[in-house]
Design a protein around this ligand. Sequence first.
Ligand code: ZN
Length: 317
Amino acid sequence: MFRCPDLGPKPALGYIANPLQRAAERRGDAGFLAGLEDHRDARAYAVGGEMVVLKKAGNGFDPLFTLTEARSLGKSAETVFLGVLDGGSRFGIGLDPAGTEALKARHDLHVSDLRSIAVQGLTDADHCAALAEAKALLHWHARHRFCATCGKPTIVVQGGWRRDCPACRAQHFPRTDPVVIMLAVSDDRCLLGRQSRFAPGMWSCLAGFVEPGESIEQAVRRETQEEAGIVCGRVFYFASQPWPFPMSLMIGCHAEALSSDITVDRSELEDARWFGRDEVATMLLRRHPGNLTTPPPVAIAHHIIRAWIEDQHHGLA
Ligand SMILES: [Zn+2]
């Protein structure tokens, strides 16, 4: 009989503590947005491709720049309106990725990727969430400068939340790509997999993109069968998480495994196998004798796994 060890306080999930009021109903008001940009309390996050620019401030880091400061960091592209907070406003400014790389030489700045910033806690969690919004939106702009309908250049409207084509009048909206990430469980064990790009010893939930014409439940069953050959029955939604790498929404689920023989798709996974609750508990606690681990708390996989260990979630044995 499994007895759950004390796993400690529940850590926060990454990229969800966004304090900004998006003020979506005001995005079409150019005068309102211009007023916000000109206000002395306006601040911006500076993002260049995968990299984020931080100011060194005492022993820590400050991700906020004035808009003038952010634009002076290098060749800038779009400015997007992220939202308002305490009367001030927050923008995202897209920098040229190559120029952002060159900023690593500056002693007053720190340039890092958003995953590292979140895992290492370089800024407050609410900045990580707002940075996720900025990064995903700016990534979409960087790849949608031309109309997908007629090929002509498009223009930014609605504070960066739409691009319009002056030639054919098509309107293009920012995309979020849904990804299912699931823990298949059966009796007292769960299915974890490893991708070759993972850190040594780390095992995680299986995951994959939801395809057009597919429900979340169907995507969970298809991906689990494709990647590990396991047939799943009931699927239960757990939680979701913005995942700005580059612009996904992770949809976390638990699934009831109906078969047990694993067939690993080696093009997707390095390996997959069943893990017992006791072993997974030692991985969550970083006490596994073979140094196997689960993903860090910033990722939803950590929370999906922990929920199963702690709650025997949704009555799935
Ligand atoms: Zn067009």
